[in-house]
Design a protein around this ligand. Structure first.
Ligand code: NI
Ligand code: MN
Length: 227
């Protein structure tokens, strides 16, 4: 699997010959100004919740690529009303088999209004299982006991993508506990540095994970890694 980071909580995973793009927020992200949104491939666009900093570029990328938007029912409906052609609605606890593997929508503790104030359903995370391995993207969330259900109901995770910026989501210390809960020591950090409230000290964060025998990957914007 190849993972490319596009800043904030946006990344794509190339797996099973398909590109899964998560939570695109590029155009309004000052830190991602060198990313050309027209160069981003997507077969599926998975949206964890309705907030602007997770959905801002979803419609434009979906319309250019023909990608299918995968999100909760209300977020999906909102995108359909804006002209999105391909939408796959899900809800918590549900799992669906796609051509690249399965997606399970899992709980997140956060909120989910749409950019125009419409109701955005409930926020979620995703567990993706494929022939090349599995991973969990927590979305925006607090540390929650529900994360313990993930290794109980799915296989071993190859890596996990967790928010670490604090203030709006978990911070580093809680993300370390989250990685214990999901039984995965390879963590890609997201949702940090973009705004004043979520600026973090990279070295300190990496060291805290290392002290617990875990690896925290903080990728440069535009960087691609093999996992
Ligand atoms: Ni949010
Ligand atoms: Mn957010």
């Amino acid at each position: 699997m190849k993972l490319t980071y596009y800043g904030h909580a946006c990344f794509s995973v190339f797996v099973g010959g398909k590109t899964l793009l998560f939570d695109p927020f590029i155009k309004y992200n000052e830190l991602a100004k060198n990313v050309d949104i027209n160069s981003i491939a997507a077969d599926y666009i998975l949206l964890s919740h309705g907030h602007q900093d997770h959905v801002a570029d979803a419609l434009e990328i979906a319309q250019r690529t023909g990608a299918t938007i995968v999100s909760n029912f209300e977020v999906g409906e909102w995108f359909q009303s804006k002209g999105a052609k391909n939408v796959h609605p899900m809800n918590h606890g549900g799992k669906w088999k796609f051509d690249f593997g399965t997606v399970k929508m899992v709980a997140a503790v956060h909120s989910s209004g749409m950019p125009d104030g419409s109701y955005g359903g409930n926020p979620a995370g995703f567990v993706i299982e494929t022939a090349e391995g599995s991973f969990y993207y927590a979305g925006d969330t607090a540390l929650t006991m529900d994360m313990q259900l993930i290794p109980m109901t799915g296989g071993k995770l190859k890596f996990t993508v967790l928010p670490i910026g604090d203030n709006f989501t978990m911070g580093v210390d809680d993300a370390i506990i989250a990685s214990d809960f999901v039984q995965c020591n390879s963590v890609v950090g997201v949702h940090y540095d973009t705004f004043g409230f979520i600026k973090i000290n990279h070295e300190e964060a990496i060291k805290k994970f290392k002290n617990k025998g875990k690896e925290l990957l903080l990728l440069s914007i535009g960087q691609t890694i093999e996992l």
